[in-house]
Design a protein around this ligand. Sequence first.
Ligand SMILES: Nc1nc2c(ncn2[C@@H]2O[C@H](COP(=O)(O)OP(=O)(O)OP(=O)(O)O)[C@@H](O)[C@H]2O)c(=O)[nH]1
Ligand SMILES: [Mg+2]
Length: 415
Amino acid sequence: MRGFGFSLLRSSSSSLHSSLAIHTATRTCCLHRGLFNSSHNCYQSILPGHSQMHRKGMSTALRQHIQDLSGSEQRLLDKLYKGLVGGQRASLAESITLVETQHPRKKELAQVLLQRVLAYRREQESHNGGRPVAFRVGLSGPPGAGKSSFIEVVGKMLTERGHKVSVLAVDPSSCTTGGSLMGDKTRMTELSRDMNAFIRPSPTSGTLGGVTRTTNEAIVLCEGAGYDIVLVETVGVGQSEFAVADMVDMFVLLIPPAGGDELQGIKRGIIERADLVVVTKSDGDLVVPARRIQAEYTSALKLLRRQSKSWNPKVVRASSHTFEGIPEVWAKMESYRDTMSASGELQGRRRAQQKVWMWSLIQENVLQHFQNHPSVRDALPHLEERVTKGAISPGLAADLLLKAFSSSSSSSSSS
Ligand SMILES: Nc1nc2c(ncn2[C@@H]2O[C@H](COP(=O)(O)OP(=O)(O)OP(=O)(O)O)[C@@H](O)[C@H]2O)c(=O)[nH]1
Ligand SMILES: [Mg+2]
């Protein structure tokens, strides 16, 4: 695995792509072992026309990288899978913990489980005429915008209508400080007691890339467990909202009826990604400012580039306290899903997201290999110090580190 990762950076860009494709396929293939029968894809069928040499190299890498599942591992995965598709919350929670692990072997087991759940979900989708079985909605907005309160009332309304709702959180502050920025579960008291809802706070540590990966994987697991609506909450700070926009079918921006200063932090880029803007807290004295914000955003959206051929982003008002506007907001969301699904854009978006997800995994992995490489680790403190003192340029330092990395990885992989 290590040698493989290193060889990625040495490759020219065209071979880089093929190596990466092989790596991904290797993973898919080896993950099937012991769990799927031979009718499932393996890398030869995933990569038609690949040279014999590539296959040989890959099967060697495969043998080195993955050992067969032990009896107890197989039993654990079987237990989790059965519990999960049977809709057991404990199995879902345990499976999400497995995808969040940093333990290398458990990470591999998590991938085996995910492949199995993905196959199950594909089957369900084919029964559903090729349409997605669940609706994924991302909700973002400035701190205190009313996201959790909104999810609480919408979630309750949906479970009462017979849906199963899961709520996942991506908290960017957990990645840097280990602390929690979002007021997490406490404001979803009723929903957290609801047997048809599943609430999972953000992992308390990790990089944003890592949290994004596990959230993406948690979405798959929730869908496998029968949750037909998956809500992902993130606070509009840093890059987490863009990460969330890349993993959902619909991206909703929640804006409080606040003054200009409080709304300064909202990035133009994220407004462009919004399929729906909800002005929150539209009750009591706040109705008037909420109307004003609604008008402002409606005209602002008209100036922005359209993301979709079949859907025009809308701006609506709602109050989680009085419930006013809440059923209408959900009706808009359903109308978005139906329109986008009928035009095929929703399915296209999901396909594109798979690619974004794969590349973010690669970025995260390659960077980790780079940072953990002994030559890089040795040289890094000194070079960082010289860069901060202005003694050498950041470009030169980066070149030196990359050179140290690629020359020793080429010697290690050729030996
Ligand atoms: N008047 C009014 N207040 C609301 C409404 N929704 C939320 N609030 C209040 O706004 C504050 C923040 O609400 P949350 O739902 O926790 O907001 P949030 O966006 O999830 O907050 P963070 O996760 O901490 O970023 C709380 O004091 C809520 O009571 C509403 O519809 N009307
Ligand atoms: Mg919240």
